[in-house]
Design a protein around this ligand. Structure first.
Ligand SMILES: [Zn+2]
Length: 242
């Protein structure tokens, strides 16, 4: 009984948070991506000229510094906000880019991929979202192809939350299990791929994909009820570095 009350309270809390996050938006119909900019003045950036995702092509060779990954901390909870399934991590996981330390906040997924490489879409894409001490964002994106099951997803999906639910994880899920072995990456300047579409986000897209099983990808889509990818946006004047 007590458990039920807590579960209801938590789902109310999360739906309240949801509402106060701004105007409702989605992936289809009147509240779909083409209309995000019209849904609220707070979403004006969605019509910006440095939006994500993009089709990455016409790469410019640059001597990109390796990203220094320092991931050790554990994940704490998994939630389904109706837009994605997200895993929150405890403080302590960082990457260093441009000499700046960014702390990992959460990682989540999109089916199919949002970014494309040479016009190629992938079955799924993971986003590891980091923020520096001033709130600047850096997203490490990982493409997922169909193949061997992914261990982290196996543990996470074992506690798959329904829409509006947040569940405390009972097993350790390391964000390292979401990264490919080879950490070479593409880089461009972009935005959040969801409202409010804020720009100034460092996008670091791993060149090497990881794999997940067909069942793992399908289970995510089943829980989401629909694809959750924003279509690719105009690249405009932005270089894509490799
Ligand atoms: Zn994302």
């Amino acid at each position: 009984m007590k458990r039920t009350v807590i579960a209801i309270a938590m789902s109310l809390l999360s739906s309240t948070a949801f509402a106060s996050d701004g105007a409702a938006w989605g992936y289809t119909g009147d509240i779909g991506p083409e209309n995000w900019v019209k849904l609220s003045p707070e979403y004006s950036s969605c019509a910006g000229s440095n939006q994500s995702p993009i089709n990455m092509t016409g790469f410019i060779d640059a001597e990109l510094e390796p990203i220094a990954f320092d991931y050790e901390a554990k994940s704490s909870e998994i939630l389904n906000n109706g837009h994605t399934v997200q895993i929150n991590v405890l403080p302590g996981d960082t990457i260093t880019v441009d000499g700046i330390e960014f702390e990992l906040k959460q990682f989540h997924f999109h089916v199919p991929s949002e970014n494309e490489i040479h016009g190629e879409s992938f079955p799924m894409e993971g986003h590891l979202v980091h923020a520096d001490k001033d709130g600047n964002l850096a997203v490490v994106a990982v493409m997922v192809t169909e193949g061997e099951a992914n261990d982290a997803l196996a543990k996470a999906w074992a506690q798959m939350p329904e829409e509006g639910e947040t569940v405390t994880l009972t097993s350790d899920i390391s964000p390292l299990e979401i990264l490919p072995e080879n950490r070479d990456y593409y880089r461009f300047n972009g935005s959040l791929t969801t409202p409010p579409c804020s720009e100034g986000v460092r996008w670091l897209v791993m060149k090497q994909p990881i794999t997940a099983s067909k069942e793992q990808i399908e289970e995510f889509l089943h829980v989401m009820h629909h694809p959750n990818n924003r279509p690719v946006q105009a690249v405009n004047a932005r270089p894509v570095l490799q």
